[in-house]
Design a protein around this ligand. Structure first.
Ligand SMILES: Cc1cc2nc3c(=O)[nH]c(=O)nc-3n(C[C@H](O)[C@H](O)[C@H](O)COP(=O)(O)OP(=O)(O)OC[C@H]3O[C@@H](n4cnc5c(N)ncnc54)[C@H](O)[C@@H]3O)c2cc1C
Length: 485
């Protein structure tokens, strides 16, 4: 066999997954269609959970530096640093999840950071390698790969499609991709607009929504839901859309670049089929409203990396790898659900205008504001655990922690190993893979002891005064890390 795992696609999700596999002792082969990395601006930030995950891998200083630039750019472009629901910029993320922060980092900068991280772990991306065929056998999967020097065959124990919304892996492996078709097409162009004085002020219009500023113009076009996705965006296409949305005839000069995307919302019917798995946009596509796609995909990678590594090393139960689908599919479905609600709130017309006014007023209520903030961040989500877990934090992603006022969780978690932070850690048989760390106290006073999975999920926790060695702790260790004992 040529590789234990082939990761197809070196976007942010493929890069992080490959790094997580490498940290867990499995060296993946990473194939990327592009000859060189792209600088295409897409996401301008990552949410709380992904930012915390990357901080636990030692990337916090880089995120913080980029975040400062990102904050300034956001304030300049939107007049506020609050995040939005359906482009109503009122959500106070700091109030929604006090002490927990995302990071405003542009996608090209994030990908550079992840590439360096992966290189530091000794894995190089094979650029100019396009997967065109995939066949699954009982013991391995065989990939056909086009390169500049001809076609290659590669065999692998597992293949993970991180190859984006148009995923070839998803199609070749026969996954279904059901969902809802677009309600709108968004076009965004960097260009000079001749005749800008003919345009109405930016905002909602009978045909959709229009944004324009010096050197940029964008439309949310509800009259066109079937653009030719294979054709590159042109100045003429944007001009036609401006005419539909705003009823104004302008022309675009000095057209530098642009983006076209829709709000179709689709999700793979499963995230695993035998030896083939999907993560990131390959598993789910939706509108970028609320800035959730990257967060969702990066957390797929965090969830899958250590489980797949355990499957490769052998002996991990099939249930461990299947828990990837069981845990992540509902999270993806919830994101699709809220992006559909946002699309509905962006539709033109007086009825939606009225609804938006009401939603906007509701967002002034702190409870509503907090609810929407947590909906977008995903911080409130708990994975159901297959054993009794009494502590309310069990199944959730662990917040940032400091141990005995001195050591941060970020420093301990950099190895990617599971951690048992426990006053009697040395007495507990955790096997060889779980790092048992004796502690006095944790900075979160709801926690007296905690078992953390490599993806930062609290597998078991005890509150002050609880039994510190209940049967559930043993069950949690056996469920997630049985192989190491
Ligand atoms: C305009 C826009 C704004 C966005 N804003 C946000 C935001 O603010 N916040 C947010 O969280 N998300 C946002 N998103 C979504 C975010 O960009 C995506 O969710 C993210 O890029 C998904 O990462 P990925 O690694 O799954 O896929 P991709 O980034 O699409 O990477 C897939 C990779 O696979 C490669 N590939 C494809 N086919 C093959 C093949 N056959 N063989 C080998 N390689 C292949 C591709 O070349 C690519 O490098 C936005 C998206 C857009 C378009």
């Amino acid at each position: 066999m040529d590789a234990d795992v082939v990761v197809v696609g070196a976007g942010p999700v493929g890069l992080l997954l490959a790094a997580e596999l490498a940290l867990a002792g499995v060296r993946p082969t990473v194939l990327e269609r592009l000859a060189a990395p792209t600088e295409q601006p897409k996401a301008r930030g990552i949410g709380v959970l992904a930012a915390e995950a990357l901080r636990r891998r030692g990337l916090g200083a880089d995120l913080d530096r980029e975040h400062e630039h990102g904050l300034r750019a956001l304030a300049r472009d939107h007049g506020t640093t609050r995040t939005h629901f359906a482009w109503i910029h009122k959500i106070d993320q700091d109030a929604a999840d006090p002490g927990r922060h995302g990071a405003l980092i542009g996608q090209p900068a994030l990908e550079r950071l992840l590439r360096d991280h992966l290189r530091g772990l000794g894995v190089r991306v094979r650029h100019g390698h396009t997967v065109t065929g995939l066949r699954q056998g009982p013991d391995e999967a065989t990939l056909t790969v086009e390169t500049s020097t001809g076609e290659q065959r590669l065999t692998a124990g597992y293949v993970v499609g991180c190859d984006g919304g148009h995923s070839a892996v998803r199609r070749l492996a026969g996954f279904g991709f059901p969902g809802t078709p677009p309600l709108m097409t968004v076009r965004y162009a960097h260009a000079e607009v001749r005749g800008r004085d003919l345009l109405p002020p930016p905002g909602r219009l009978p045909g959709g929504t229009l944004f324009h500023d010096d050197g940029m113009i964008a439309t949310f076009d509800f009259a066109d839901t079937a653009p030719d996705r294979s054709a590159p965006l042109t100045a003429e296409e944007v001009r036609d859309s401006v005419r539909r949305v705003a009823g104004a005839d302008v022309s675009l000069t000095a057209f530098r670049d642009g983006l076209r995307f829709t709000d179709q919302a689709r999700q793979a019917d499963a995230y695993r089929r035998g030896r083939v798995l999907l993560a990131g946009d390959a598993a789910h596509v939706h509108s970028p409203n609320g800035g959730q796609g990257l967060n969702l995909g990066l957390m797929d990678a965090m969830n899958l990396g250590w489980k797949l590594a355990a499957a490769v090393r052998g002996g991990a139960s099939g249930a461990l790898l299947d828990s990837y689908d069981a845990e992540r599919h509902p999270v993806g479905a919830a994101v699709l659900h809220n992006t559909r609600a946002q699309s509905a709130l962006l539709a033109p017309g007086p009825h939606v205008d009225a609804l938006r006014d009401i939603v906007s007023d509701l967002m002034d209520l702190p409870e509503v504001n907090r609810h929407l903030g947590r909906l977008l961040s995903g911080v409130g989500h708990h994975y159901p655990l297959p054993y009794p877990a009494a502590h309310p934090a069990a199944g959730a992603h662990c917040p940032p922690l400091t141990i005995d006022d001195t050591v941060s969780l970020d420093r301990l978690a950099v190895t990617g190993r599971p951690l048992l932070l426990h006053p009697r850690a040395k007495r507990i048989d955790t096997g060889d893979r779980v790092e048992a760390v004796p502690i006095g106290k944790l900075s979160d006073d709801r926690l007296a002891a905690v078992l953390l999975r490599p993806d930062g999920v609290i597998a078991w926790a005890a509150a002050p005064g609880d039994d510190l060695e209940p049967a559930a702790l043993r069950q949690a260790l056996d469920t997630w890390f049985a192989r190491s004992r």
